[in-house]
Design a protein around this ligand. Structure first.
Ligand code: SF4
Length: 339
């Protein structure tokens, strides 16, 4: 059985050719999959019943299942999706008040080898990469379930996207071409895999790079992100500057604020100094306490003071709205399994 979700127009044309149907039929099927997000072939109502029956004999819309769905009081929806091999992954739909945007936070791997100390996924270890079709299925699952069209995609779910770069790039190409989501609405987040940042810079896409920095210096960063022992902040800075030079794009710097660890006034000043010659915006993310470690969220006063000090350095700084905290869909809380 051919799975239609994730196929290109040319691949769908091969199926319609085999069924002696026209290329126009392939275009109709393509639209039903990506723009109308149907759940099954019978919903493709502009195809004749006879043709639908033939298509059903050789293909299926999808082979993934929603295992768990949780809806937060703020409208965020978290899905646990099961692939045919039994592996599961989490994907999240976020809506922000006053904005028409619907953002899907997708996973790129099952588990993760990077093992950041604040992250639930890192605790599970690395299991396998997702294929580009499995990445795409996360967005199609959201669209099929809600009947809504996703407008923005962030690779900030489970896994390190740059350690699965080929599949991530192919998925981005399909999001751009088949889902008609502009490249600037696609964001790839990384913990700082330096060689892959150079590779990404060579790519033509105008997508956004987000770097999970989370520390103002080497000493603090290596306490919470073991990747700092492999690619330190000095090397990282050179790669980020190269990325900006090559693409002309502004980077997003993600900074998880953890009480008494990286939220002091000195940390803010040191961070401002580190970022002074990098074209970037800064996104502060107050830590969501979990039962899995001892980290705490800073007070609102310290968050505002930290923000003020960074803004003083001339950077645009936002404090990320917390979404889905009551269903463990907030940053660092995705696990990919049912507890
Ligand atoms: S924060 Fe990202 S890179 Fe770090 S362990 Fe979690 S999934 Fe991996």
């Amino acid at each position: 059985m051919e799975i239609l979700s994730g196929l290109s127009l040319a691949e769908i044309e091969q199926i319609t050719d085999n069924l002696h149907a026209s290329k126009f039929r392939a275009r109709q099927i393509h639209n039903w999959i990506y723009l109308k997000s149907v759940k099954n072939i019978d919903e493709m109502t502009d195809l004749s019943v006879k043709f639908r029956d033939e298509l059903k004999k050789v293909s299926l819309v999808t082979d993934v299942k929603i295992k768990v769905k949780q809806v937060s009081s703020d409208g965020t929806i978290k899905y646990l999706i099961e692939y045919p091999d039994g592996e599961c992954v989490e994907t999240v739909l976020m809506r922000f008040d006053n904005r028409a945007n619907l953002t899907a936070c997708v996973s790129s791997q099952i588990g993760c080898a990077v093992n950041c100390s604040f992250c639930a996924t890192g605790k599970c270890g690395f299991i396998r990469n997702l294929t580009y079709k499995e990445i795409i299925e996360q967005v199609l699952t959201i669209q099929r379930d809600t009947g809504l069209k996703v407008t923005n995609i962030v690779f900030m779910g489970q896994g390190e996207p740059l350690l699965n770069l080929d599949n991530v790039l192919k998925a981005m190409e399909i999001f751009n071409e088949n889902f008609q989501i502009g490249a600037r609405r696609l964001t790839v987040s990384t913990s700082g895999i330096v060689p892959q940042i150079y590779k990404l810079a060579e790519n033509d896409m105008q997508s956004t790079l987000a770097i999970s920095l989370h520390a103002p210096n080497h000493e603090i960063r290596k306490k919470i992100m073991p990747i700092e022992n492999k690619y330190d902040m000095k090397e990282l800075k050179t790669a980020l500057k190269k990325y900006v030079d090559k693409t002309g794009r502004r980077i997003t710097v993600e900074y998880l604020l953890i009480k008494d660890l990286n939220d002091s006034a000195d940390a803010a000043k040191e961070l401002a100094e580190y970022l002074s010659d990098i074209k970037c915006n800064i996104n502060l993310i107050p830590y969501n306490p979990t039962a899995k470690n001892d980290y705490q969220r800073p007070s609102n006063n310290s968050i505002q003071k930290f923000k003020y000090l960074l803004e003083h350095s001339g950077k645009k700084v936002t404090v990320r709205l917390e979404r889905g905290a009551d269903i463990d869909a907030a940053c660092g809380q995705l696990r990919g399994k049912v507890d």
